[in-house]
Design a binder for this molecule. Sequence first.
Ligand SMILES: Cc1cc2nc3c(=O)[nH]c(=O)nc-3n(C[C@H](O)[C@H](O)[C@H](O)COP(=O)(O)OP(=O)(O)OC[C@H]3O[C@@H](n4cnc5c(N)ncnc54)[C@H](O)[C@@H]3O)c2cc1C
Ligand code: SF4
Ligand code: SF4
Ligand code: SF4
Length: 365
Amino acid sequence: MSNQENVVAMVGTPCQIIAAENMSYFQDYLGESPVDIKVGLFCMENFSYHYLNQLLEERNIQLKDVSECRVEKGHMWFYLTDGQIQKIPLKEVKTCMRKNCEVCMDYTSELSDLSVGSVGSPDGWSTVIARTVKGLELLKKAEEDNYIETKPMTDSGIALIKKLACQKKEENKKKIKKRESVARPVIYRRFITDKQFREEVADCQFEDLKADVIDVGTCVLCGSCEYICPDDIIKIEDRKPRIKGQCPPDCNLCYVACPRTYLPVEVASPDLDQKPLGDYMKIVSAKASLVKGQDGGVVTALLSYALSDGIVDEALVVDKSSAEPWRPKVKLTSNIDDVLRASGTKYAACPVFKGLKSKNIKEEL
Ligand SMILES: Cc1cc2nc3c(=O)[nH]c(=O)nc-3n(C[C@H](O)[C@H](O)[C@H](O)COP(=O)(O)OP(=O)(O)OC[C@H]3O[C@@H](n4cnc5c(N)ncnc54)[C@H](O)[C@@H]3O)c2cc1C
Ligand code: SF4
Ligand code: SF4
Ligand code: SF4
């Protein structure tokens, strides 16, 4: 399916990283993996752009006047271009949380090559977890080439990440149980093997994806379904994937690619529920030497280094829309300036895999 010839690094939330890992695992079904290096972010929750904007307008804050946005110390902080700082208690902001985040069990992007977050490290530094040889190599080389500096994490820093990761897993496990007692199963948490998976999904098409994921509020809006559809009939519109045509018989690609349909244990093992930080090789605090980012600027520095050293040809990043302030907008780019411009956290869901799709469409035209 994929005609992604270039080596691509992506940055994404844990759910988007699961989607990438799932597509990589099912290459025999879905075609060559679209992503080669996965830089995952820590993520407790994400918000609806529409509702967050509404909440801010009620408090006379215009997103166009916001220069920086942070979640810390129980509040969401908005740094305005005129120098003012506004804060809203996280409890209130959580009314804008996306429903799919209530059933999410991954805080630290457990399936990434490198995970990056703010928690556990001092201000101006990021926490970096290297999980694979590929990730560790990138971290080491970026430090050798002076793109970043690293230092050991403190025990209290590691303990804090573990505490938050456990908290997310425990609270959301309860929410999954509650949801399942009144509605349909949260099927990505039904642990089945690869063999069972292939039997289970054989006849599943978009209508099943709609019934099992979209209509039950577990869609993370990653865009994998739109990216993978060979007939190009899925469009994410009005915050939901929608179908614009008829599925040919025998196609089930969207159902296989989705990170919220069944996930075989070979992709996401139930053991991870017992490991708050997932499996990893090294954990450090790090900061970029020259780049300014949300925290240590490490994601931007690592992607810039990977592009400049030819480790990857392109990076899939999330910038801001020029039409709507702070609306996340995906960009697949080989230009380091685009990566630098995309630094900083946009607290809203972004169908990142659409970025790959638009490249394919452009090439076909
Ligand atoms: C929705 C969300 C929730 C988060 N929650 C937590 C948390 O609870 N605890 C914690 O420690 N850290 C959290 N983070 C991560 C944190 O905000 C920083 O992204 C991380 O520490 C990296 O900082 P940096 O300075 O190295 O990144 P930068 O160098 O500033 O790079 C940030 C990268 O993030 C990407 N990005 C921005 N917005 C999005 C988005 N919406 N979806 C996908 N990619 C995006 C950009 O492409 C950019 O490359 C969250 C991030 C997001 C997007
Ligand atoms: S489902 Fe929500 S909480 Fe989970 S990783 Fe995605 S955005 Fe973050
Ligand atoms: S054609 Fe295939 S991938 Fe596209 S919507 Fe139908 S089942 Fe899904
Ligand atoms: S339905 Fe589509 S957009 Fe939603 S989680 Fe599944 S693949 Fe991602």
